[in-house]
Design a protein around this ligand. Structure first.
Ligand SMILES: [Zn+2]
Length: 625
């Protein structure tokens, strides 16, 4: 009874606070919709645009960014509008390309006043508006198009004729907002918890805010539905800011989540505390922690090897007043400029470069850099991950990334307990990242590509299944997709940090228990120590390490050589272990791409019934320095 009374008190208090005015988390006060600000209202109002005009003259970083934006706008001037050809990748690429063009052209028009950019932006918008639909069956495409059209309509509002405003707004309403209502709520992006949820709701909210005075009821419905469903998506970041789909998909989902929060803020003056979701602001550090000393990502699951230019980092830098978060973007602007000059279609996140300029805050340039920890982990989370490094800002530092979690998750691989290892500038233990989706679809895997059931043929894709990961395997059986493994930090022994993955749940039925411990030692070497207990039957144990190095088998393990560097793998515990090396560069199935130069080191052991077996491998740096 006492508990009930306390709850009632809390309810009363919340109601009282809500009555005092101001927004409760998750809802907009009714009067917000009555007094919508003038256009432009998305991301920058007229006053902010006036500041930006000064900023691109006075602030060197802003000047550089705008030079790239303007350059990309100029390159589009004499090109035909984006062609919406269905290539099997749907209209995802074309919609992103059109969005990038509209943003660059609209910003360049606003900051230079030159009509040629306005004329060209309108041509791109008209072409998109005249399409029969925006491919709602693959709603990411619709959401990307909606974002581009909404920002174009808002930023160029006063320069458009009433006929043009009508045409563009009608396209947003019919082809994005109303089309989204036909998507059923169950088991789709509407109520999901992966990048789709953020991208689709995010794009739709921006569209709704662009046309809210025309379609007030529909706009409220779209925004209300997003606010209802986004908290579940945001749980992905809890507690420490990790992302279950990995760093590449982090960039996609997180960008649209921030886009939604920021569009609410610039329209209504409140983000409704979306950014206060547990782990969301801490996720600013996630991709930097997941970047190895080589600059390449810890590319587990369906991730690519690197991030290019992420405008959302300017948003985090401004929110947290931390210029150190822009390290990658500072280094990569030149590369982006070259890519644009070479005619890259801007299907990547750099299509939103104009937003980097809007979120750029020149006053944070002198903020002191906090010392980032050398060891980081997700503190549990939906797909537990951990990284250790010997130093920051040293391309030769040792880096170990390890993950647990479950294979039955969006874009996940059968990689529970797998790791990557970099040292002396070489990635000695690799994860292959994603298989090309178009390649797999075109070669017989369309149905199973994203199916994560135990018997899905997804696991026969070399890059997705157990064959290509740095695992400990029992009788070569697959991991159980519905089971989840956890990571926890090891007690610091001899000052060496380390993590333990409790593998037992994902190998249930194969052995009685299995654990993997990985430590990074002060001399930059690392130990992978595995321990397992067999059940009623003898078990064939196989340890896997995938590498692009040249491998020589020795009495005690193997020597790896790559890029003039050397790494010794020494078996320090593991009676009866036998080492073998295989060339695994060639495709196994039609749906596999080749993996040039790839070898697999195997360590074979046999463990009798009801026996505890151990295998420890020391990865010791062989290069002198
Ligand atoms: Zn993988």
């Amino acid at each position: 009874m006492k508990f009930l009374q306390t709850s009632n008190l809390v309810l009363l208090l919340s109601a009282f606070l809500a009555m005092l005015g101001g927004a409760r988390a998750g809802t907009l006060p009714e009067n917000s919709w009555m007094s919508l600000p003038h256009h432009p209202r998305l991301y920058a109002d007229a006053a902010h645009w006036a500041v930006l005009k000064q900023q691109v003259t006075n602030d060197p970083v802003s000047r550089q960014i705008f030079a790239v934006v303007k350059d990309s706008a100029e390159r589009v001037l004499d090109q035909p509008p984006v062609a919406y050809v269905d290539t099997g990748a749907f209209w995802h690429g074309p919609m992103r390309q059109a969005q990038g063009r509209i943003l660059a052209l609209a910003m360049t028009y606003r900051l230079t006043g030159e009509p040629r950019f306005l004329v060209r932006a309108k041509l791109e918008m008209r072409t998109m508006a005249d399409l029969p639909n925006w491919y709602p069956q693959h709603f990411l495409d619709t959401a990307e198009g909606a974002l581009g059209m909404a920002i174009g309509l808002d930023w160029l509002h006063d320069a458009l004729s009433s006929e043009e405003r009508e045409r563009f707004a009608t396209a947003l309403v019919e082809k994005a907002m109303r089309a989204s209502l036909l998507v059923s709520d169950g088991k789709t992006w509407v109520t999901g918890n992966n990048n789709w949820t953020a991208v689709c709701h995010g794009g739709l909210v921006v569209a709704a805010l662009a046309v809210a005075e025309r379609e007030p009821q529909l706009a409220r419905q779209i925004v209300g539905r997003a606010l209802k469903n986004m908290p579940r998506y945001a749980e992905l970041y809890a507690p420490a800011g990790a992302y279950s789909e990995g760093p590449d998909y982090w960039a996609y989902g997180t960008t649209f989540y921030a886009l939604m929060a920021e569009a609410l803020r610039t329209t209504f003056g409140t983000t409704l505390d979306l950014e206060r979701a547990p782990g969301f602001l801490p996720t600013a550090d996630y991709t930097l922690q997941m970047t190895a000393p080589s600059g390449q990502l810890f590319n587990f699951a369906d991730n690519g090897s690197g991030l290019g230019y992420e405008p959302v980092m300017f948003w985090f830098a401004r929110e947290l007043r931390r210029s150190d978060l822009l390290q990658r973007e500072a280094a990569n602007l030149g590369a982006l400029e070259e890519a644009i000059a070479a005619g890259a279609p801007r299907g990547d996140s750099s299509r939103m470069l104009p937003l980097a300029l809007i979120w750029r805050d020149p006053s944070i340039t002198t903020a002191p850099f906090p010392k980032r920890p050398l060891t980081w982990w997700s503190e549990g989370g939906s797909q537990p991950q951990a990284v250790m490094r010997s130093a920051w800002n040293d391309p030769r530092a040792t880096f170990v990334g390890i993950k647990a979690g479950r294979a039955d998750d969006s874009h996940a691989h059968m990689d529970i307990g797998s790791f990557i290892l970099e040292a002396d500038g070489v990635r000695w233990a690799v994860d292959l990242g994603r298989e090309s989706y178009p390649h797999a679809r075109a070669n017989g895997l369309a149905d199973d590509l994203f199916k994560t059931t135990q018997t899905s043929r997804r696991w026969s894709i070399f890059r997705c299944g157990p064959e290509s990961h740095n695992l400990l395997r029992f009788d070569n059986a697959p991991q159980l997709v519905e089971a989840k493994a956890e990571i926890r930090p090891l007690p610091p022994g001899k000052e060496a940090p380390g993590f333990l993955v409790d593998m037992s749940p994902v190998v249930r039925g194969q052995v009685a228990r299995a654990e993997r411990r990985i430590r990074l030692h002060p001399d930059r070497s690392a130990t992978i120590a595995d321990e397992w207990t067999t059940g009623a039957k003898a078990t064939v144990v196989t340890w896997q390490w995938l590498t692009r190095a040249q491998v020589t088998v020795t009495n005690s393990g193997a020597i790896l050589r790559q890029q003039g560097e050397t790494l010794h793998l020494r078996i320090t515990e593991g009676a009866g272990a036998r080492v073998e090396v295989e060339d695994v560069s060639k495709p196994r199935h039609a749906w596999d791409s080749p993996n040039p130069g790839l070898s697999r080191i195997l360590i074979h052991l046999q463990t009798p019934p009801e026996t505890t077996g151990r295998l420890s491998v020391l990865a010791k740096l062989g290069s002198s320095r």
